[in-house]
Ligand binder design. Structure first.
Ligand SMILES: NC(=O)c1ccc[n+]([C@@H]2O[C@H](COP(=O)([O-])OP(=O)(O)OC[C@H]3O[C@@H](n4cnc5c(N)ncnc54)[C@H](OP(=O)(O)O)[C@@H]3O)[C@@H](O)[C@H]2O)c1
Length: 395
């Protein structure tokens, strides 16, 4: 659906003040291909966006119309977004718990896919019409987005826009944790929590690119068949069973790698479950998130129960503890290299995002917002489907 077809129930046009505001006009004349016609240039572009208007519940995310200049800075591309991903971080950001998102009003969205509509000066290896995956700190939940050209990755031909939008956050996180931090090798064992989630599915698929890796995955029972088909060797229902006991029954010595997105007491349990020379990677604090709004009690409990260690004890335990935060990796080259590696794995058929649901942008009313932002709550309520990467389709 194009911007011109915007439904009338939308809110009044509103321009955001924050950092995802459109870039200022570039100095000097942009190249030929970055402009369509002089008349089009004079008019600012308008596009619909899902804007976080304040911290709190679902009602804080509103569909609005934003305007932005069509002029690009050198090295930038303008992308018409076709699909964008919804991540756990956005649920947390809505509650005001994600430090990487600028304060409201701000358009959320860290990943998406679409077609390049214009390129700025000095952009040599991307052109108008290219299908690309985009990665950004925020701002992708809108019809038109401006990103640096090196944050627009060419999509393989056979990849759908939905799949493209579901790759970056989940798979970069999974890949960098497994291979850069935990050094996954053949014959090792891995425990992944939230195994039915986007990162969990990506971790499971990437584990299968290495010979004879055993995957323990925690998830609601209703999702076990699917995650087992996807490669989890031992699905464990963490709601009804003690996952530590279950793992010890199968592997008395524990596991080689624990990937912990939960925090609090689960980090302690994960550390204890490690075999000697094993590695714990802490990459989230989902235990803090229990409902629509910030839960101070859950946050305090998670904080109070977190793993506390001194280095002497760590040395004596012969274990490694790492922390991972994709948004704080300063090495742009590492991110690009890993994205290209992931696209290669996709082309070889070794990874494939599992899309649970897509929602059309034209359903842009409160009900729709409720649906997409309610996904985690649905999961907690044993919603019958698996939310891997939720993708919002704009066209
Ligand atoms: N550090 C980083 O750079 C980084 C990057 C990406 C993601 N993450 C973290 O990775 C985690 C997973 O993210 P995701 O996008 O994969 O999640 P997701 O797709 O939203 O999946 C969530 C899944 O986890 C389960 N779940 C939901 N809330 C839970 C909770 N409070 N405790 C335990 N299980 C819960 C649900 O399944 P069940 O029905 O089976 O419970 C659901 O299927 C989050 O903690 C997120 O913050 C970190």
């Amino acid at each position: 659906m194009s911007g011109e077809e915007a439904p009338t129930q939308q809110q009044q046009p509103e321009q955001e003040k924050q950092s995802d505001e459109p870039p200022p006009a570039a100095s000097g004349a942009p190249p030929e291909e970055s402009r369509s016609s002089p008349a089009a240039e004079e008019k600012p572009l308008s596009s619909r966006a899902l804007v976080l208007t304040g911290h709190g519940g679902y009602d804080k995310v509103k569909l609005q119309v934003k305007t932005q200049s069509k002029q690009l800075k050198a090295g930038e591309v303008l992308v018409r977004v076709k699909a964008c991903g919804l991540n756990f971080a956005e649920l947390v950001a809505r509650q005001g718990l994600y430090e990487m998102l600028p304060p409201p009003p701000v358009t959320m969205g860290m990943e998406g896919s679409g077609v390049i509509e214009a390129v700025g000066e000095d952009v040599k290896d991307r052109k108008v019409g290219d299908r690309v995956i985009v990665l950004s700190r925020s701002g992708v939940w809108q019809e038109l987005v401006v990103v640096p050209a090196d944050r627009a990755f060419p999509m393989p031909e056979q990849m759908s826009f939905e799949e493209g939008a579901a790759i970056p956050i989940n798979y970069l996180t999974a890949y960098l944790m497994l291979f850069e931090m935990a050094n996954l090798r053949p014959d090792k064992s891995v425990l992944i929590h939230m195994a039915a989630g986007g990162v969990g599915i990506a971790v499971t698929q990437l584990c299968q690119t290495v010979q004879n890796v055993t995957v323990f995955g925690t998830a609601s029972a209703s999702k076990h068949e699917t995650i087992a088909q996807g490669g989890v060797t031992h699905p464990i229902d963490y709601r009804t069973k003690d996952y530590v006991e279950e793992i010890r029954k199968i592997s008395p010595k524990g596991v080689d790698i624990v990937l912990d997105p939960l925090g609090g007491s689960d980090t302690q349990k994960g550390f204890n479950l490690l075999k000697p020379l094993g590695t714990l990677v802490v990459f989230g604090a989902a235990n803090c998130v229990t409902g629509q709004k910030k839960n101070l009690l859950a946050m305090a409990k998670t904080w109070y129960n977190q793993l506390s260690l001194n280095t002497l004890k760590l040395m004596q335990a012969n274990k490694a503890v790492c922390g991972f935060h994709l948004g704080l990796i300063p090495d742009e080259e590492l991110i690009s290299r890993t994205m290209f590696k992931l696209l290669e794995l996709y082309e070889e058929g070794k990874i494939k995002p599992r899309i649970d649901s897509s929602y059309h942008f034209e359903e842009g009313n409160n009900m729709y917002l409720y649906c997409i932002l309610n996904t985690m709550l649905c999961c907690k309520l044993n919603y019958p489907t698996i939310y891997t990467s939720r993708t919002e389709t704009i066209s």
